[in-house]
Design a protein around this ligand. Structure first.
Ligand code: GAR
Length: 198
């Protein structure tokens, strides 16, 4: 029995790559990525999906709006529900989704965020932590609720900010932590080691 996931992303897709590589190496057990969806037509994450032989689909969205329009939500939900996934993973998906989106998926949706929530929610979180400056930051995987970056925390990985770190070196460290954390959380959800909250 496979544990089907769909990844949503808007950009580079390095976290999707970490998931797909772990899956290809057999490190994720029953986890099977069935599709990668993006709101951006030329997002590298869509090329990546194709490289790994996964279904890739763009749902064109208004780039000027932070929130998905109800029609865009409907299009995403249709694309997602065709595959009947066990879990939807937001990995660098930069659109804000509404409660209808979340409820339609029975709350089976998680998000990756590049800080130790509840510190530094929103955008530019790595830069904000670096400039604050805090001594420890990291990344968080949490359940998605309508409030941004506020759902129940599933797991976190800390990253120490050293005196000689630059924003670039810190960004690399946070991304490296994400690439370990997210696939591992997905694996643990698939085995029931982490329970669903609903
Ligand atoms: C990741 O750092 C992720 O935490 C962040 O976007 C990046 C996507 O990188 N997500 C957010 O900021 C969501 N608010 P990727 O496209 O290389 O996986």
């Amino acid at each position: 029995m496979s544990f089907k996931i769909i990844i949503l992303g808007s950009g580079r897709g390095s976290n999707a790559k970490a998931i797909l590589e772990a899956e290809a190496k057999g490190q994720l057990g029953q986890v099977s990525t069935v599709a990668i969806l993006s709101d951006k037509e030329n997002a590298p994450i869509l090329d990546l999906a194709q490289q790994f032989g996964k279904h890739a689909q763009c749902i064109p969205c208004n780039p000027k709006k932070a929130r998905l329009h109800p029609d865009e939500t409907t299009a995403f939900l249709e694309a997602i529900q065709t595959h009947k996934p066990d879990l939807v993973v937001l990995a660098g998906f930069m659109k804000i989704i509404d409660s209808h989106f979340i409820q339609s998926l029975d709350g089976k949706i998680i998000n990756l965020h590049p800080s130790l929530l509840p510190s530094f929610p929103g955008i530019n979180s790595i830069e904000s932590a670096f400039n604050f400056p805090v001594k420890v930051t990291g990344c968080t995987v949490h359940w998605v609720i309508p409030e941004i970056d506020a759902g129940t925390i599933i797991d976190q990985k800390a990253v120490t900010i050293e005196a000689n770190d630059t924003l670039e070196s810190l960004t690399e460290k946070v991304h490296a932590a994400e690439h370990h954390l997210l696939p591992e959380v997905i694996r643990r959800l698939s085995t029931g080691e982490i329970p669903y909250q609903n």
